[in-house]
Design a protein around this ligand. Sequence first.
Ligand SMILES: [Zn+2]
Length: 226
Amino acid sequence: MFIIIIIFVLGTICGSFAICYGWRFAHHYSILHPASFCENCHIPLKKYYLIPLIGFFIQKGHCTSCHASISTVSLVSEFLMGSYFTLLFLLNNTSPLHLVFTFGLVLWALILSAQDFYSLTVSHNFLLVGGSLLSVGKFANIHFYLADWSFSLLFIIILFLFSHFNLLGSGDVIYLTFLFLLLGFYTTLYIILIGSTSAALYHFIYAQNKIPFIPFLSFGLLVLLL
Ligand SMILES: [Zn+2]
């Protein structure tokens, strides 16, 4: 039971960190400086206001200084990620090392999704460094995917052509290339299927011209990791 609580708390921290990183990236702030502050009056927040889930309720959903409402995006992300990490832990009977890799993959996907959600772009440095680190972590398993490398390569070339003609962002294509490498051809194909379908539904309902694609692909990734 104790380990489940730890995993849930870890998930809430990852959910909180991803939203914070994404918001700061979109508003050109460093992740380290300045310390967290109210988005409305810019007063620095007390340390215990930053505790995932609890901080929101301590502040009763409003800044204690200017009384502006606090966005619930972080709260929802913290709860969903705490629940998701717990579910992932309970449903996957794998080695601790593989679990660490999976949590790392989810956190990488979450941060990129938050960046794309807030700014319709992602940090290419974070995308490449994170993806490369995960690939090194997965290197021992890469021979499993040698059989579908030809398919993957063909698909990646097609995706880069899409990007060249501005039908897809370069960040989306690099993200998918890493997923092909990390998860193999067929799993990534399912991720694209779920991502495209959910993005199309969102576009149909909200009729926005430009929508971030990485959050939808990550949704597909999270479904398939379970
Ligand atoms: Zn304030």
